[in-house]
Design a protein around this ligand. Structure first.
Ligand SMILES: NC(=O)c1ccc[n+]([C@@H]2O[C@H](COP(=O)([O-])OP(=O)(O)OC[C@H]3O[C@@H](n4cnc5c(N)ncnc54)[C@H](O)[C@@H]3O)[C@@H](O)[C@H]2O)c1
Length: 266
């Protein structure tokens, strides 16, 4: 798997899973555009990418803003070249965190859909003409096992990730005739800034986790719910992205693949 001379864009590429994806693609030779709202962390990750593959750039992009996404597409083409791999990774759990249905606010629903679903659609739209003109490319969307089945503790997040799986299928059907594949990844449990942020709220909401720290909640869930009894890592997800964008996956599209140690088997 060598991506030398190819250009990748990773939204939410500054931290967590997105950062690992950027580093993995760079390790295989790709130039990487980091598109994120966190400018400090984005610059840090871009510097790490440059150390590995030599070419990286940052475009501060709020994916909820269509004009900013158009700006991202133009800036990518001008600084690194037309995109080969678009990784739609930016995602949030809602400002109140992962709470019970009764606490899920209208704002949680709006924010989560704005970023996870509409934001993903905005970025894909912005790169559509660049990719279809060249009749090729790969899109990978970050869904979640939360999108596989509704759960009371995170309804707005689960619903948004189910929408990501559906959006992946629609986009795959639309772009198949342009030789563009579109697939989704459903990660399981990963200790990233997102989990650190929402873990204590999750603990408050589940009596079984009473008094536990976010990390203890996380470890308990890994031990009790994941058949492989291992947490997933950002690198596990990055490896799967590398597969989906590679030649080996040229005939795979419209799929959603769980990377979850067997947590969900559908
Ligand atoms: N951590 C997990 O356990 C887990 C599990 C399943 C799926 N996921 C999904 O993986 C993806 C990455 O999650 P993570 O755990 O690395 O989270 P994270 O919070 O560590 O990283 C998310 C990144 O997206 C950026 N971002 C947020 N809103 C944005 C916006 N409007 N525009 C541009 N960038 C924005 C953030 O600045 C951050 O750099 C998300 O889509 C998430 O839903 C995470």
């Amino acid at each position: 798997m060598i991506f030398k001379g190819q250009v990748a864009v990773v939204t939410g590429g500054a931290t967590g899973i997105g950062r690992a994806i950027a580093l993995k693609l760079a390790d295989k030779g790709a130039s990487v555009m980091i598109a994120d709202i966190n400018d400090e962390a984005a610059e840090k990750t871009a510097a790490e990418v440059k150390e590995i593959s030599g070419k990286s750039s940052v475009f501060i992009t709020d994916v909820t803003n269509l004009e900013a996404c158009d700006g991202l597409a133009t800036a990518t083409a001008e600084t690194l070249g037309p995109v080969d791999f678009l990784v739609n990774n930016a995602g949030i759990a809602g400002s109140s965190g992962w709470q019970s249905r009764s606490h899920s606010t209208e704002e949680d629903w709006k924010q989560t859909y704005q970023v996870n679903v509409i934001g993903m659609s905005n970025v894909t739209s912005a790169f559509r003409s660049q990719m279809t003109k060249r009749r090729g490319g790969r899109i990978v969307n970050l869904a979640s096992i939360a999108g596989r089945e509704g759960r009371p503790s995170l309804p707005h997040y689960s619903a948004s990730k189910a929408a990501v799986i559906s959006l992946t299928q629609s986009t795959a059907l639309e772009l198949a005739r342009f030789n563009i594949t579109v697939n989704a990844i459903c990660p399981g449990l990963l200790w990233t800034p997102m989990w650190e942020q929402v873990g204590d709220r999750y603990a408050q909401d589940n009596p079984a986790f009473d008094g536990m720290s976010p990390r203890e909640v996380f470890d308990t869930m890994v031990a009790e719910r994941i058949p492989m009894q291992k947490e997933q890592t950002p690198e596990d997800v990055a490896d799967t992205v590398a597969f989906f964008v590679s030649e080996d996956a040229k005939n795979i599209t419209g799929q959603a693949l769980n990377v979850d140690g067997g947590f969900f088997m559908r």
